[in-house]
Design a protein around this ligand. Sequence first.
Ligand code: NI
Length: 176
Amino acid sequence: MIREVLKMGDPRLLRVARPVAGFGTPELSALLADMHDTMEHLDGAGLAAPQIGVDLRVVVFGVSNNPRYPHAEDVPYTVLINPVIEPLSEQLEEGWEGCLSVPGLRGIVLRFARLRYRGCDATGAPIDREAEGFHARVVQHECDHLDGILYPMRVRDFSRFGFIEALFPNQEIKDD
Ligand code: NI
């Protein structure tokens, strides 16, 4: 089921979400299905449970031919529960980000260039991966949502934050 995505300003986006305690439950399956449907419907690169008002440490992400991120490399569709991120170097990278909770806008955010992320999949089985580039960026962006952090809170240079059509007048970047 496609769910409504909360917009920045809604206090539910600012909570520190609770860990998932039980796997294989109908409630978790329904949540993951709704997150998948909502992300696909809105062409999101990722979605965190708090964005649909669910106070749990669950994110989904994945990119392939995404019209909102036409230049991004592919990222496999992933369900990541109770994630933990560990940077693999101190190197930071600038990149443009958007968010379904902040429609129409983009901003430059500094993120760790390389990281390891761990957590569980939908069945509770462990996930342990290394990522870099856009993949690492998406993971950091989505996991931030679990701690009540939206990407504009990480923007340092507000001369590179604004509306998509104003920032990129000659490019076709779809957003809602
Ligand atoms: Ni977001």
